[in-house]
Design a binder for this molecule. Sequence first.
Ligand code: RRO
Length: 301
Amino acid sequence: MYTLTGLKLKNPTILAAGILGTTGASLCRVAHEGGAGAVVTKSIGPIPKTGHPNPSMVKLDCGFLNAMGLPNPSYPSFFQELEIAKKDSGVPVIASIFGGSPAEFKEVAKGLLPAKPDAFELNVSCPHAEGYGAAVGSNPCLVEAITAAVKDIVSVPVWVKLTPNVSDITCIGNAAEAGGADAVVAINTLKGMAIDIESGYPVLGNRSGGLSGKAVKPVAVKCVYDLYTALEIPVIGVGGVSSWQDAIEMMMAGAAVVQVGSAVYDRLDVFSEISTGIEAFLQRKGYSDVKELIGLAHEMV
Ligand code: RRO
């Protein structure tokens, strides 16, 4: 059993926000068939949003580029899905929420609270969402105020998901911690673009978007490494984790647990595969507890 901000996880893998998280049934499938230790919902906001025009997601050699544009039915319509996930998944369910201001974050958190999410993940980091996302998450004062506003009305843990699209992610991590965050999640997607050379058009309907998958893993590892040094609260590592080796690398950088996103599109049981691989690695190396791995790279001088 792993304990993270007071939540009990059967293994250190969590479904990242935005992947198979739009219905209660799909969240349950990731828990039951995939073996995830916990699941995070798609980010839910104050009003319904249809998202950006298609194509909104493309597969590249090095990962995925998306500009979904925060499509979601808004919190009143998502409420029942959260209830289903809570009732049937058998794992902690974390509600990812977004808004454009502390008041909007508070409104969404308050609206979802009666469905009893085990934690909230505040998404202040979508790279291509006008008025929401990275514009909010690159402003330390706003990140602190949003975190404090949600902490003020909930008693469950609050995690803050950070953007790598800033010059110093530790400054934003510090702001989240000052606002009372129980953990930070690093990283959301990295700003990117792809162009079709036959037509000359950018391939995404939104023109640019956020890069995830293998290409971003070294960026995520460095962000986690820096945050581990700068903060007292746990760091949850996400970005390009698709194997147990990636998960261990992220933990050695300082991640208490990992989230898995893009790799789920290849195989749902990536969570079981990662947790089995970690156990075997611990045994082979003679570690008695996974905690011995967390931040290990910092000791290697
Ligand atoms: O919906 C999206 O376009 C999206 C979100 Br909310 C996010 O946090 N990160 C991302 O790459 N896409």
